[in-house]
Design a binder for this molecule. Structure first.
Ligand SMILES: Cc1ncc(COP(=O)(O)O)c(C=O)c1O
Length: 479
């Protein structure tokens, strides 16, 4: 399409940042987070050294240098062996894993009421719930359109056990859960037992913070509640004394960047015995026999931690949480919130000279009850939508890490693209194998969007750079 030619790469330090003073006048509270700029210079030097504009914090957070140093030092200085034994190296690994477990519980104010099961990631935590929740022909699984595929996938476990499932729609205008439909669903299925309701505390796509009051409301109506907190906890406090979902999943790399490969399922203690593990594995049993078909599962978190836990990575989880505490999650929240408000306003101001909007933001148009994740599409001067892969290519060439596509959240995309059940069913019923481009042709609709997300060391220049990238589309025509 040749549009790459019109793009000239700006160096972040050449940007005109005179707007910064104006920005500070509008958002004086931003100065209270100025220490995060120092933190960026000290701990995240690689960002500016590589002139990289990182806007994918919801995909994965960035790690601080000190976190790496501390962890590597610890590994260098100590001998860790496989836990599940009583030799000194094994005992040390066990102790550090248990320290990390206690710290996670403390961090979420969950020490009294929850158990912490370490998993590979949030998806691993969600899989435990799907696999072990006692779905049967009298159960119901209720979930919002806005969910990550790792939650959507639980419906397969439900279906396989003969349970029914249904979705609560979200509003087209703001991508928030339709409360009328929610309350009507929560009041239905009274004949069912083992009813599970799942929703994200924060959408990984629209950034919407869904009200946590739904947890209590659902529980008081006899539902068990699964809260997907993966996208919420990197910039918001989750206090499990204040809200008490039955199951919560998190991924630690989303909170402090390093290590990947560790997440947790927090289970309300009273719900522990409700989860029925369908098999056993090393580390999960007290005793199993070969001669007799018998096994005895452990009575704690180990029941759900199959095989060897990530014992070399776990000490870094405690360090990571301490690091976030030293920065202060409220400070991260404040910075992200200000930058989100500013970005949303500036994006909406961008208009072609004929008055058409350059950008359509999906979901909330303002900063009320939302996190720092924004999805949108670009439109040319004639109102034609830019394909997201095109934007990806261009932003890559400008060293901006943003994300495009459907973000593992088909519900949001189906709403944004105004797809209906019939047209999707026609498509799915006529195909065994799918191909995206062919699907767009069949549906006559271009799916997908662009997503930016902010986090711990996002700064004004990142946003200014992104906006200057966006301005390059002004008055351009897509051919
Ligand atoms: C809200 C939400 N849930 C679940 C997941 C899955 O997390 P993971 O890929 O770490 O398993 C993500 C990842 O982006 C997410 O944002």
């Amino acid at each position: 399409m040749g549009i790459l030619k019109i793009f000239r790469k700006e160096q972040p330090e050449n940007l005109n940042t005179s707007g910064y003073e104006e920005f500070l006048k509008v958002y004086p509270e931003f100065s209270e987070t100025a220490f995060l700029d120092d933190l960026r210079n000290k701990e995240y030097k690689r960002l500016d050294k590589k002139q990289h504009v990182y806007l994918d914090y919801t995909g994965g957070n960035l790690y601080s240098e000190s976190l790496l140093r501390e962890h590597l030092e610890y590994l260098k200085e100590n001998l860790f062996g496989n836990p599940h034994s009583t030799n000194p190296s094994s005992l040390l690994a066990t102790k550090k894993a248990e320290d990390a477990r206690s710290y996670v519980l403390k961090y979420f104010n969950a020490e009294d009421d929850y158990m912490c099961i370490f998993t590979l990631n949030s998806s691993g935590a969600l899989k435990i719930v799907g696999e072990c929740y006692p779905f049967n022909s009298t159960s119901h699984f209720l979930l919002s359109y806005d969910n990550h595929n790792s939650v959507n996938g639980i419906r397969e476990f439900a279906k396989n056990q003969g349970a029914s499932f249904s979705y609560i729609p979200i509003n087209y205008e703001d991508l928030r859960i339709n409360e009328q439909a929610l309350y009507s669903s929560l009041d239905s299925y009274s004949e069912k037992s083992n009813k599970l309701f799942a929703f994200p505390a924060q959408s990984n796509v629209s950034g919407v913070k869904h009200p946590l009051k739904y947890i209590d409301e659902a529980r008081s109506k006899g539902w068990d509640v699964l809260l997907d907190a993966a996208a919420f906890v990197p910039s918001s406090r989750l206090d499990l004394k204040k809200v008490q979902p039955d199951f919560v999943c998190v991924s630690f790399y989303k909170i402090f960047g390093y290590p990947t490969g560790i997440g947790a399922l927090l289970v309300r203690k009273e719900m522990f015995s409700k989860l029925k593990k369908p098999w056993f594995a090393g580390g999960t049993v007290k005793l199993a026999s070969v001669l007799v078909d018998k096994h005895y599962l452990t009575h704690n978190h180990e029941r759900f931690e199959d095989g060897t836990i990530n014992y070399l990575g776990l000490p870094a989880v405690e360090n990571g949480l301490r690091f976030i505490e030293s920065v202060g999650i409220e400070n991260i929240n404040k910075r992200v919130s200000v930058l989100t408000d500013f970005t949303l306003k500036k994006m909406q101001e961008l208009k072609h000279s004929n008055g058409r909007n350059l950008i359509q933001v999906f979901g909330p148009q303002d900063n009320y009850s939302r996190g720092g994740t924004i999805i949108f599409n670009y439109f040319d001067v004639n109102g034609k939508k830019y394909p997201f892969d095109y934007i990806q290519e261009l932003s890559n060439s400008e060293n901006i890490s943003l994300r495009t596509g459907c973000f593992c959240n088909p519900g949001i995309d189906e709403v944004n693209t105004c797809l209906n059940t019939e047209e999707l069913k026609n498509y799915f019923d006529s195909r065994e194998i799918i191909d995206y481009n062919e699907m767009y042709d069949f549906l006559g609709k271009l799916r997908g969007a662009v997503r930016i997300s902010m986090g711990i060391v996002s700064n004004y220049s990142d946003i200014e750079y992104f906006l200057s990238f966006s301005r390059k589309f002004l008055d351009k025509e897509l051919n």
